[in-house]
Design a protein. Structure first.
Length: 245
């Protein structure tokens, strides 16, 4: 089989598995988001390394929810120093500084993205959220996370702390395509599948809000006629509240 088709087939199989095994958890997470927004609470999203791209997927997206507050800590992303980011994401106590800086409070929803679910910063976030009455939605790779030890002093892993845990159903190490001559796999799935999970969750949250008689705030594409006018109203409302806007 072509490696192109091999990878695409793998992603399709993962999405089918998620539809069968994880739809209920995705719906629970969507309910948390709808309830938070209906009650004037906020939705935050955080991941380190490549997982930060899932926070970007939720944020300022055509057809996406408006009141999404991503936690973009440049030292934990990739564009300044990828190797430094790997070292910093393993630190404990660093997460507490970020958590307090963003003002996350009881009743808010916090999305935490980590394929391994074992590193210090994300676990800090989850522990603090639990302590402070913040709802947590964890997207992780259960096969991967069960294969190794936590790097946090608590000994906990992210899946043990999430209010709702969604398995991205990936394989150990994330990369899925065997290349015998190379001796290891290539082509990870967590970003592609994670984006599918989040956008299905968004659709369900919007549907819940409409069923509840609440008007959801949703961005339009800025590249269709009338999109700028819709989005400008939201930008005017939230520009001072959501720092990345």
């Amino acid at each position: 089989m072509s490696k192109v088709l091999d990878y695409l087939d793998n992603v399709q199989r993962l999405i089918s598995r998620i539809a069968e095994e994880q739809a209920g958890n995705i719906e629970k997470a969507a309910r948390l988001v709808a309830d938070a927004l209906e009650n004037s609470k906020n939705v935050y999203a955080f991941g380190t390394g490549h997982s930060h791209m899932l926070a970007e997927e939720l944020f300022y997206r055509a057809g996406g929810l408006v009141n999404i507050r991503p936690i973009f800590e440049t030292s934990l992303m990739l564009h300044e120093s990828a190797s430094k980011s790997t070292k910093l994401e393993r630190l404990s106590d660093y997460g507490e500084i970020l958590f307090d800086e963003y003002g996350i409070s009881a009743g808010d929803v916090l999305f935490l993205f980590s394929n391994s679910g074992r590193n210090g910063v994300s676990i800090d976030f989850a522990l603090l959220a639990k302590e402070r009455g913040v709802h947590t939605v964890v997207i992780t790779n259960m096969e991967h996370t069960l294969s190794g030890a936590s790097r946090h002093p608590s000994g906990k892993k992210l899946y043990e702390l999430g209010e709702v845990v969604i398995d991205n159903c990936g394989c150990l190490g994330d990369a899925c395509i065997e290349i015998p001559a190379l001796g290891r796999k290539v082509s990870p799935t967590s970003t592609a599948v994670g984006a599918a999970i989040l956008n299905s969750l968004t659709a369900q949250a919007v549907d819940y809000m409409i069923a509840d008689g609440f008007e959801p705030e949703v961005f339009a594409s800025s590249n269709v006629d009338g999109g700028d006018e819709i989005n400008d109203r939201y930008l005017e409302k939230y520009k001072k509240e959501i720092r990345s806007l």
